[in-house]
Ligand binder design. Structure first.
Ligand SMILES: Cc1ncc(COP(=O)(O)O)c(C=O)c1O
Length: 443
C-alpha cells in the first residue's frame, strides 16, 4: 500500500477473515474484530489501524530484539536489494560471507561454520540431520540416530523439529512423527538433571544416541530457567557418551537473557547451536545451524566419499536477509543491548514479583525473557473464561504479551514477555501496571 492510499480497514478485516488461516487459532466463531490490524511500529510500540498504540512486550514473537523502525537496517536492505537482491548459496555472496565471519566472532567457543536457512524450525531440522550424519561417520559400525529432547521444549513446526518438540498440543494431530526421538522431563529442582539423562542414554544404548537438543531456557514451554548445574551436566554427559550437544538459541540468542547467548550464563559451549529470530530482529527471515570445528571436520573427505552435507535451501543465506542481519548485529553490539536486557529485565522481574495477588502462581525469567503464571485463588488452574478476560484486559491496558496454554498439565496459563531489548524502566512500569489492572479486572 502506498502511503497516499487510504486504508480501508474494514475491507482488510473481511479479506483476512475470509482468506487468512491464522496460527494456533480456532476460526469457528471468529469475528472481524478479534485480531488487531497492526499497521506501523516504532521502538517498543506498535500501532493499530484505529490509531491505538500498544507496548509490544512480546517483540513480535520473541524476535524484534533491537526494536522497530531501525533506519540502518532498512537502508542496508534497500542497498543490498539494488545491488543483488538474490543469489543462492551455491556460490559466494558478499553479505553471507561477512555475516558468517561476524557470527563466528560473536558465538562462543569454536562454533565457526554456519549453514544458513530461513527460520528456527529449519535451523533445528538442519541440526538434527547434522547430528545423525556426524554420529554415523564418526562412530563407524554404530547407528547413532536417536535425538533426546525434553517435554515442554519447543523446536519448530516441521516434522523433525516437531518430533523433538515436547508439547502435546502441537504434536498429537500430526502423528506418527519422525522415529528416533526420545523425550525426557525438563529439570524440576534437582530432579531430571544430568544423571537422569545419563540413565536414559544407558537404557537406549549409547551407540544409538546422536544428540541431545535443548533450549538453554525453555521459552514457549513457559520460560523455565534450569538449575545452575543442569547445562554443564548435559555437556559432561554428551562428552562421556560421545553424542552432540545441540543448543537451540532461537529465543535465548542475541542478548535476550542478559548475555549474548543463553549458554554463556553457565559457561557451556555446545557442539551445534541453532539461531534465528534475534539474528535479524525479524526485519527479514533468517536462521542458521552453527557447528564447531570438530563437527565441521567430520564432513570433510574425498570427493567420492559422500561425506559432504547433502542439503540445499533455495533461500538459505539470502543476500538481502544477511544484509539485514549484519546491520541488526551492528546495532545490537554497538548499543550493547544485552546489558539493557539484564538491567531492565531485573527491574521488570522485580516489579512483577512485587505484585501481591493470590492469582499469581509464579513470576520467573532471566533478562528480558519473562513469564507470569496464573492460578485460581485456591491454587487450581485458572479457568478459560478468566484467562480470556485477563488477556483482553492486558490488551485494553495497552500491552501485548504472549500467552501459552496446554504446555504442561496444571500449569496454565502462562503470560510470556520478551520486549524489545531497548525497553526503558518507565516502559517496564507500564507493563507491570497493565498486569495490576488486568488482575483487578478478573478478581
Ligand atoms: C526455541 C525455538 N526454537 C525454534 C523455533 C522455531 O522457529 P521458527 O518459528 O522461526 O520456525 C521457535 C519458535 O518460536 C523457538 O521458540
Amino acid at each position: 500500500m502506498s502511503s497516499s492510499e487510504a486504508l480501508d480497514v474494514d475491507r482488510v478485516r473481511t479479506q483476512d477473515l475470509d482468506h487468512v488461516w491464522h496460527p494456533m487459532m480456532q476460526h469457528q466463531g471468529m469475528t472481524k474484530d478479534d485480531l488487531l490490524v497492526i499497521v506501523s511500529a516504532d521502538g517498543c510500540e506498535v500501532t493499530d489501524a484505529d490509531g491505538k498504540t500498544y507496548l509490544d512486550a512480546y517483540a513480535g514473537i520473541w524476535n524484534v530484539n533491537v526494536g522497530y523502525g531501525r533506519q540502518e537496517i532498512i537502508d542496508a536492505v534497500h542497498e543490498q536489494m539494488r545491488e543483488l537482491a538474490f543469489y543462492p548459496q551455491t556460490q559466494i555472496s558478499v553479505p553471507a560471507a561477512r555475516l558468517a565471519a561476524r557470527l563466528a566472532d560473536l558465538l562462543p567457543g569454536d562454533l565457526n561454520h554456519f549453514f544458513f536457512v530461513n527460520s528456527g524450525s529449519e535451523a533445528n531440522e538442519t541440526a538434527i540431520k547434522v547430528a545423525r550424519q556426524y554420529g554415523r561417520s564418526t562412530h563407524p559400525g554404530e547407528n547413532r540416530y536417536k535425538i533426546i529432547s525434553r517435554h515442554q521444549g519447543y523446536h519448530g513446526f516441521t516434522m523433525g523439529a516437531m518430533s523433538a518438540t515436547g508439547q502435546t498440543l502441537r504434536r498429537s494431530q500430526y502423528e506418527p512423527l519422525v522415529p528416533g526421538f526420545i523425550r525426557i522431563e525438563p529439570p524440576q529442582g534437582d530432579a531430571y538433571g544430568a544423571d537422569t539423562v545419563a540413565k536414559v542414554i544407558e537404557r537406549e544404548g549409547p551407540d544409538t544416541v546422536a544428540a541431545i537438543i535443548a533450549e538453554p531456557i525453555i521459552g514457549g514451554g513457559g520460560v523455565l530457567v534450569p538449575p545452575d548445574d543442569y547445562l554443564p551436566g548435559l555437556r559432561e554427559v554428551c562428552d562421556r557418551y560421545g553424542c552432540l550437544l545441540i543448543l537451540d538459541e532461537v529465543i535465548t540468542g542475541f542478548g535476550r537473557t542478559g548475555k549474548m547467548f543463553g549458554c554463556e550464563h553457565w559457561g557451556v559451549v555446545p557442539d551445534v547451536m541453532t539461531i534465528a529470530k534475534g539474528v535479524s530482529s525479524g526485519y527479514l527471515p533468517l536462521g542458521a545451524c552453527a557447528v564447531s570445528e570438530k563437527v565441521f571436520d567430520a564432513f570433510k573427505g574425498e570427493a567420492d566419499e559422500g561425506k559432504e552435507f547433502s542439503q540445499v535451501s533455495t533461500y538459505g543465506g539470502h543476500p538481502t536477509c544477511c544484509a539485514a542481519a549484519l546491520a541488526n548485529l551492528e546495532i545490537l553490539t554497538r548499543e550493547r543491548l544485552w546489558e539493557n536486557s539484564e538491567q531492565v529485565g531485573d527491574y521488570l522481574l522485580g516489579r512483577l514479583r512485587d505484585i501481591e495477588s493470590p492469582l499469581i502462581k509464579e513470576v520467573r525469567g532471566k533478562g528480558l525473557m519473562l513469564a507470569v503464571e496464573l492460578q485460581n485463588e485456591d491454587g487450581t488452574e485458572l479457568d478459560g473464561d478468566r484467562t480470556g478476560r485477563f488477556g483482553k484486559a492486558l490488551r485494553a491496558a495497552g500491552v501485548i504479551t504472549g500467552k501459552m496454554s496446554h504446555v504442561r498439565e496444571g500449569s496454565e496459563p502462562v503470560f510470556t514477555m520478551s520486549p524489545p531489548m531497548i525497553l526503558k524502566e518507565e516502559q517496564a512500569d507500564r507493563i507491570a501496571g497493565a498486569f495490576v489492572t488486568a488482575l483487578r479486572e478478573i478478581s
